[in-house]
Design a protein around this ligand. Structure first.
Ligand SMILES: C=C(O[C@@H]1C=C(C(=O)O)C=C[C@H]1O)C(=O)O
Length: 392
């Protein structure tokens, strides 16, 4: 039933009250999911229960209909709520499993200044970990790793692959030689825009500041802009900073709209990436490896070199298949100094401590010339549970 109101202010007061109630209820629901996590420890049930999610979503879609809320709207909202609940439980369980891994204040290193994609990913990753961040900007990936190795930072956040431009080779090469372990991952949507410092129009832009990665991810749109001078920068944040300093109508930067705001830039054109769905996966590295509780999905990353015997990689992959270990990614990189030799990076969706993985490692050690576990970490990709709801 709708009430009648007298003024816009009065209506907004009620909207504010409702919004506050929604937030309070979300916080209460989140707290309950902690209780759920505690009960799952006792019963050793996995955190994720997609059957329960299916039932819950179907019931809510039905309930939503009684209030004239359409099924898509209800599903979208609850996918977000469930994702938060799963990640919140995971973070809680990981804290119990690794009691001294997260201090109240952590120092995190990443590429680029304030507002870089790596900076946004760091904030997102630590947002559920209830810890305060001290941010350390670095001007290259080597330094991001170095400052963690030397103890100046506790964690480093590095992009490892992007859905349009593929693997980030420099980061893979750094992983070959570091003593650090991968302790986490986070996938971030990347929304590239053309950003400018002063009001202007597309036909006036003749110079573009950008890091090479986003440039590559927007190649199709940039081709339509014709002859443009490209200035490469060491990070996206640096591109935005330079354009902000220039204050010229003919220069633009490629960057994220919300980061652009930090530099006083506004989007001239949004959604310029080759792929509509543009995501970057970041890894989080630290000096000490972590354990992953068996109640949550884990990933393990290995590097190995197999020598040049024909079929030796296939033999290694068969070990994984025979043990029912799902491979999420396989990447190869040349070994510096040994021409034609390859180092393979393998991500598997299995906990390092599991029996299958321990057996796989035993067999792989026999088959390879070199093998190293780069880390085992929680998989933070909560794929939404799909529901088939009856059409009207
Ligand atoms: C809260 C739970 O854990 C997870 C989160 C759910 C939720 O937020 O509703 C539902 C099922 C689980 O995937 C639960 O099992 O009830």
């Amino acid at each position: 039933m709708t009430k009648s109101y007298h003024s816009l202010d009065e209506i907004r007061t009620h909207v504010t009250r409702i919004d506050n109630e929604i937030l309070a209820l979300l916080a209460e629901r989140r707290q309950l999911s902690l209780e759920v996590a505690k009960s799952k420890i006792k019963t050793t049930k996995p955190v994720r229960d997609q059957e329960r999610e299916q039932a819950l979503l179907l019931r809510l879609i039905d309930e939503g209909k009684q209030h004239q809320l359409d099924a898509n709207y209800v599903t979208q909202i609850f996918h977000t709520i469930i994702e938060d609940s799963v990640l919140f439980q995971q973070a809680y369980l990981q804290k119990l499993t690794n009691p001294d891994s997260l201090q109240p204040v952590v120092r995190v290193s990443f590429l680029g200044a304030k507002g870089s994609y790596s900076n946004l990913a760091s904030r997102q990753y630590f947002s559920r970990k209830q810890t305060k961040l001290v941010e350390m900007s670095c001007s290259n990936f080597r330094d991001v790793v170095n400052v963690v190795e030397t103890g100046q930072a506790d964690y480093g956040v590095l992009p490892i692959e992007n859905t349009s431009s593929g693997s980030i080779n420099e980061v893979y090469d750094l992983l070959q030689h570091t003593s650090l372990s991968i302790v986490g991952e986070i996938t971030q949507p990347i929304e590239h825009c053309l950003l400018t410092a002063v009001p202007t129009s597309l036909d006036q832009i003749d110079t573009l500041y950008s890091h090479p990665q986003p440039h590559q991810q927007c190649s199709e749109y940039l081709r339509t802009m014709g002859d443009i001078r490209q200035e490469y920068t060491s990070s996206t944040a640096d591109a935005m900073l330079q354009v902000a300093e220039l204050q010229l109508p003919n220069v633009a930067a490629i960057g994220n709209a919300s980061s652009g705001e930090l530099y006083g830039l506004t989007p001239l054109k949004t959604g310029i990436a080759n792929q509509q769905e543009n995501f970057t996966r970041f890894i989080v590295v630290a000096r000490k490896a972590v354990d992953v509780t068996p109640l949550i999905p884990a990933k393990t990353t290995l590097i190995m070199s197999t020598g040049q015997k024909p079929g030796s990689l296939v033999e290694c992959l068969l070990v994984l298949r025979n043990l029912n270990i799902n491979m999420a990614k396989l990447e190869s990189r040349p070994v510096i100094g040994n021409p034609w030799e390859e180092m393979f990076y393998v991500d598997v969706e299995t906990n390092l401590k599991s029996e299958a993985m321990q057996q796989a490692l035993e067999e792989l050690t026999r088959l390879t010339r070199f093998i190293k576990v780069l880390g085992c970490y929680p998989s933070e990709n909560v794929k939404p549970t799909e529901v088939d709801y009856p059409e009207e």
